[in-house]
Structures are given as C-alpha cells and as structure tokens.
Design a protein around this ligand. Sequence first.
Ligand code: KIV
Ligand code: ZN
Length: 498
Amino acid sequence: MNDKLYIFDTTLRDGEQVPGCQLNSIEKIEVAKTLEELGVDIIEAGFPISSPGDFQSVTQISKAVSEPIVCALTRAVEKDIDVAAEALKFARRGRIHTGIGTSYYHIHLKLKSNEDEIIERAVKAVKYARNLIDDVEFYAEDAGRTDNVYLAKVVEAVIKAGATVINIPDTTGYCLPHEYGEKIKFLKENVKNIDKAILSTHCHNDLGMATANSLEGVLNGARQVEVTINGIGERAGNTSLEEVVMAIKSHKELKIETGINTKGIYKTSKMISSLMNMPVQPNKAIVGRNAFAHSSGIHQDGVLKNRENYEIISPEEVGIDTSSIDLTARSGRAALKHRLALLGYEFNKEKLDLIYEDFIILADKRKDINDSDLKKIIGVKEDKNLHRIKLVNLQVLSGNSTIPTATITLDINGDEVTKTAIGNGPLDASTKAIKNIVHSKFILEEFLIQAITKGSDDVGKVHVQISYKGKYFYGFSSNSDIITASVEALIDALNKII
Ligand code: KIV
Ligand code: ZN
C-alpha cells in the first residue's frame, strides 16, 4: 500500500502575507472552499492574533469547510495561543501551529535568548496549546540553518510535550536539497520519540529549490508538505502545491500518494492568481500558460503522433482543456464562441454580440481573460435565468438633494412584483425594496465592493454575505454599475436560501 502524504496548504497564511495579495474575508472563504474541493488535508487559515481580520477569517473558514483540518498560526506566546483556540472554536477539526526560532541567528540575534531557554519556551507553548486542542503542530523557525544536533533536542522535547506534527521550515530558502533531506533523515534516526509525530517540510524558494527541498524531505521520511497554490509567498515564495503533487503523482515508483484531486489544480491556480492579483509566470511548471504549449514544429509533430513523446503529464490531468485558446483583446467572436461552447454555453448571434462587447471592454483592461472572468461576464446575462428570483428592473434616485429611492421589479417564479422604498443611501433603499418584495427578514452582514482593474469606467465586483435564520449565504455579481452589481449580488445570495 502507498504511503499518504498530507498536503498542508498555507496560501491563506504564508501566501497571503505578500504585500498586494491580501484578500477580504469573503474571498478567503471562496478560496478555502476551493481548497477543500481540491482535497487538501490542512488549510492554514491565518494568524489570528495578528489582526481582527485574520481572527474573523479563521473563524469563518472554520465554519465554511468541514473536511480539511483548519490550522491557525501563533508564536510561542500564551496570548497568541488563547486567541487561536478561540478563532478555531467552530472548526470540526482544528490545529494550532505554534513555534519559535531555533537557529543561532534567531536565538541570539533576534530573541536575545539561549538554547536552553528556547527549549523551555517551546515546551511550555506546546503544553499550553495541548490543553486547549488535541492537534498541535510545532515549527522550529529557521530550522534550515539550525544545527541538527540541537534541532533534534528541540524536536524530542516538543514531541514529549504533546506536539503531533513537527514542521522543519527552511525559512530563508537557504538549504541545498541534499542538506535538507539529510536534516529530515537525521531527525528520523536520532529523535527517539519521532514515531509519535509526523514530520513536515516547509520550504521557501529563495534559491529556486523549494520543490526540490520538499521532495528530498519526503524521500527521507517527511509525510506532510507545506505548500501554496502557484508557490506564492514571501519573497521568492513557498513550495508550490501543484509541483509537489504532480511530481509525486508522476513518480509512481515512490509509492506515495496525496489526496489531491489533480483535475482541480488549474482552476484553483487561476482563481488564486486572479483574486490575489499575482500573475503566473508563463513558463511556470504545471500551471503556466506555456506549460503544455508546444511551439516548435518538431515538438508539435511529435505530440500529434503521440502525446507522451514530449509530455510527461497530460494537461487534462490538471484540469487544462487542451483545446483552450488564450483569449485576449485581439480574440475574435469565433474564439469567444468556441471557449463559451467548451464551458457549455451556446448563444445566438444577437446575445453573442452583446457578450462580445462586454468581453472586449474587460479584455482591453487585462492581458488575458480566463474562464471565471467569462462566467462573470455571461453570468450577469445568462446564469441568473436558472434562478427563481430574477431582477427585471431597477431604478434608483440618489444625490445630495434627493431622498435616496429605489424602485425594483423582481420576477419570482414567473410573477413580477414591483416595490419602492427609501433609505439612507441607494443601496439601503434597494435592500429595503427587495425585502418588501420577498418578505424575508434576511440581514445584510457584509458588503464588499472592489474594482476589477482601475479607473472610473471599471467593472465593480460585489460580494455580499447575508444571514437568514442563523445561516450564512454568499452572493456575488459584477457590473459596471455598482448599484446594479450590489442588487444582483443580493439576489444571488437570496437564491441560495431558496
Ligand atoms: O517560513 C517559516 O518559518 C514560517 C513559519 C512561521 C512556519 O512560515
Ligand atoms: Zn514560511
């Protein structure tokens, strides 16, 4: 039987720390649910003590997912651990990830401490966390530059204190693959209680070796890898999930398997790159635009004769449609029609012309348009037909000398109902008009508006969260008119209640 390799995704913690990659809590929930679908075993959802936003995200992700373990980061500080335990209280399975620096640099130059005191603090933190939760992971920060004999002492002490998983981070991305592998091997061979915990890799890519180092760790006995989608993360990033997973899958002789549904990899990669505004380099392994594009005549000929002549992984395995064509502002209606057909949508000429207009507006502002952008474009026009509540008409009056008033007509299962309401702003008036129509006591809990690109002629994305009878529902829409987008997002959420 194959050994299981646990996939610990830290896109929402180490990845999200990158300036410019911050997500709002609704987007984090979307990402967490997608990671759950992908089959990751552990989601590191944030660092709760670091901000109220991080605390909220950990709480909400704990409620939103059920399969993966939800993990929260802390320092080896009791207050951090208390706050993390509180944030995880709704998690079906929660984990506290606590730790402290163990390298000479961290002990003496950062923490101004000494080796014995660090072990004491580590043990105290793990014991404290174990009193609050059953699953405690310990990280030895900068383990990559920590002396192996001392590292083994720390690891033995924290396992004795109750740590269930031991993370060996190469925080600065310094290690060479053979060094990192030897470190894991050393711990396997020299820590007498090592069989009571799982060893985890956590590698950074400063020297471009994060994937190689993680794999060396696995080959030497680590059974958890800490990774991010597209390898995003501080500086040069973290180990990329898709690279490790596909390397393991491609090398069956290793007799190791992950629980990742690899067909979801491409979709997840696109989602992360678009939400975090972090483009994927075209030649990035597995998910880059050119990863499966053969341009030389010799390769094209070879691939057409037999795909395996030049490809070690089939694009379908990671969810890439081989017939996909890049859609850009230069793409014609035929390319758009073809891509929409692949997504399962057929439109008559008139509708296609309308969609094409919206497509060109967005494509002019962006380098390329992905499937989720396309769904957003057509979603406003088509997907909503599937819903039982549809927006028929929206008129809003607002300004500095007018009482904000909204008149809305909704189609509810074929019956049109119109109501007018006033409010303290156009959104409030619209929400009240909708409430009057649907006679529902939903509460608008969260409302977020974002520009897709920049400029006053931009398309706005609206995320809403409503609560109804104690349950939460999310709605989304995009439109160049932000009030229309807001009303549509509300209707999207209401349709989910139904
Ligand atoms: O790189 C690192 O050392 C970390 C730890 C906080 C786990 O991200
Ligand atoms: Zn890290």
